[in-house]
Design a protein around this ligand. Structure first.
Ligand code: PLP
Length: 392
């Protein structure tokens, strides 16, 4: 068993991505000339706004090509802190901010510095697939809190409180959520804050990476703003990937308790060091420039989300909790259909449709359908899904 001697226990605990097999197969089929329609995208299809690119090119010409402080450029930390204060109503200073290689590294660094082996992490399900894996990498134990489409995938406060024991260290919140597109209300957050007040050892990570991608009549609330008295226990994760269409730039941030930020910065200084210096200038331009580009993209996603929602609602046998944010819908498969992995494999082979199995998000019997593609592709995908789902 070469794997057991070569690979560390830590790495062996990681589960290979189930989605990779489907996307690799979709690519092969497409290269073979088959007509494939993909509603599996997890990133914006828009280009990064030109003024951000221009600021970055200028930074390169200006020689911003050297190492910088591990925690991020002071101007960018200041701009992030001021955005958190003004927009999110979180009382952040630059010392509370760490600039990271994407939201993902913010989560990774946070978990590495606050979790000990044996700690339990509460993860409301359906969840973004990296949460359990990053938890395992920190030696902690992911505990899934199930929810039902019957109550809109909301987190049950009683179930949450009943799941807390002496080992429970962290609760993950993600609103707007991937994969459901769910947006948490302020009331729900207040209920959760009440539970936290009864459990002083419990910390919270609030992943707000989709904050700008939200339906017109919805409001994004930052958990740290809803419970300012708990600020020292709440860590906000965010980034530039989704709102500004900057996935490949790898720019994110972690905000919270200064002691934890210092520890996460020390960890970063020995792993990746500073985030790409000239890319940080692009992030600074994004934050300090006009938000019109974000508003324009949000408008397009909102129209596409509606198109997707209306189309899914018309498919017989499938049911949907209407998404209110992000760029996904998470419908339930018809009762007689196979599990989500098999359903997705067959949909690809038989009608050339690529969608993501719900199993990877902790809920089989659902699929994740993306609207981060053109309306034409969404309509085409809906037709294929309708045809395929009608078999069950
Ligand atoms: N959090 C959620 C819920 C996501 O869906 C993603 C990316 O898909 C991330 C965090 C990480 O984003 P980034 O590209 O900034 O690392």
């Amino acid at each position: 068993m070469p794997g057991s001697t070569l690979i560390s226990k830590r790495a062996r605990a990681l589960r290979p991505s189930l989605t990779l097999a489907i996307s690799a197969r979709a690519k092969t089929l497409s290269q073979e000339g088959q007509d494939i329609c993909s509603l599996s995208a997890g990133e914006p299809d828009f280009d990064t706004p030109a003024f951000i690119v221009e600021a970055t090119v200028k930074a390169l010409h200006d020689g911003i090509t050297r190492y910088g402080p591990a925690a991020g450029d002071p101007e960018l930390r200041e701009a992030i802190a001021s955005k958190l204060r003004e927009l999110n109503k979180i009382d952040a200073r630059p010392e509370n901010v760490l600039v990271t290689n994407g939201g993902k590294q913010a989560i990774y660094n946070l978990f590495q510095v606050i979790l000990n082996p044996g700690d339990e992490v509460l993860i409301p399900s359906p969840y973004w697939l990296s949460y359990p894996e990053i938890t395992l990498l920190a030696g902690a134990k992911p505990i899934s809190l199930s929810s039902s489409p019957d109550n809109g995938f909301s987190l049950d406060p009683e179930q949450l409180e009943a799941s807390i024991n002496s080992k429970t260290r962290l609760l993950i919140l993600n609103s707007p959520g991937n994969p459901t597109g769910r947006v948490m209300t302020e009331e729900e957050m207040k209920l959760i804050a009440g539970i936290l007040r009864r459990h002083p050892r419990l910390l919270v990570m609030s992943d707000e990476i989709y904050e700008f991608l939200i339906a017109d009549n919805e409001v994004h609330h930052s958990f740290a703003a809803v419970a300012p008295d708990l600020a020292d226990r709440i860590f906000t994760v965010n980034g530039f990937a989704k709102g500004w269409a900057m996935t490949g730039w790898r720019l994110g941030y972690l905000a919270g308790n200064q002691e934890v930020i210092k520890a996460a910065s020390a960890l970063q200084s020995h792993s990746t060091s500073n985030v790409c210096s000239f890319a940080q200038r692009g992030a600074l331009a994004a934050l300090t420039g006009s938000r019109d580009c974000v508003v324009a993209m949000t408008k397009r996603y909102n129209a596409r989300r509606e198109l997707l929602t209306n189309g899914l609602n018309k498919i017989k046998g499938m049911s949907l909790v209407p998404p209110k944010g992000a760029f996904y819908a998470f419908p339930e498969l018809p009762k007689k259909s196979p599990d989500s992995i098999e359903f997705c494999k067959l949909a690809l082979e038989e009608v050339g449709l690529a969608v993501v199995p719900g199993a990877v998000f902790g809920r089989d019997k659902c699929i994740r359908v993306s609207c981060a593609v053109s309306s034409k592709i969404i309509s085409d995908g809906l037709q294929r899904l309708n045809e395929f789902a009608s078999r069950y």
